[in-house]
Ligand binder design. Structure first.
Ligand code: 8DG
Ligand code: MG
Ligand code: MG
Length: 142
């Protein structure tokens, strides 16, 4: 068995309460460049999943979430061959008001944010999100 470390990513499914549209952005400047991903990033030392989800969403979109409104959704695991790294992705979900606006806080890492229906996500998808769509999972309330 390999003793290589396995990394933890958190992806956040933000669902608008009426339209049920989900926030995705096209990655740029790093692995998965050109693919559509959820807001998210690495779990930091000592962080709870809810805290990581709230931090990454605020850092990347300017949207403030309460930790208590963020729920565990699903988990996947993926090997990024180009990085020679395996990730466990923890998907978290939060409902947001219909009028919520996402700001492009990190334009060097993301082309734009778009709200899209879960059933018609754009392609290509970032690998963990692609894996998620190949499971039986669908976001709560959809
Ligand atoms: P950080 O390194 O500052 O924590 O994060 P970042 O700058 O926001 O990096 P990122 O590339 O968005 O995310 C870091 C890693 O998290 C990425 O290499 C792979 C992993 N990751 C998953 N699943 C997901 C996901 O659904 N969305 C995002 N954005 N990252 C994810 O494993
Ligand atoms: Mg980030
Ligand atoms: Mg990120």
């Amino acid at each position: 068995m390999s003793t290589r470390p396995i990394f933890t990513g958190v992806g956040v499914i933000l669902v608008k309460e009426v339209s049920k549209h989900i926030l995705v952005g096209r990655r740029k400047g790093s692995h998965g460049s050109g693919t559509f991903a959820l807001p998210g990033g690495h779990l930091e030392y000592g962080e709870k999943f809810e805290e990581c989800a709230a931090r990454e969403v605020l850092e990347e979109t300017g949207i403030t979430l309460r930790s208590s409104d963020i729920k565990f959704a699903y988990a996947t695991t993926d090997v990024f061959q180009e990085l020679q790294k395996q990730y466990v992705t923890i998907f978290m979900q939060a409902q947001v008001p219909e009028e919520t606006k996402a700001t492009l806080v990190e334009p060097e890492k993301c082309e734009s944010w778009e709200w899209v229906p879960w059933g018609s996500l754009p392609s290509p998808l970032f690998k963990p999100l692609q894996t998620l769509t190949e499971t039986t999972f669908s976001p709560d309330g959809l």
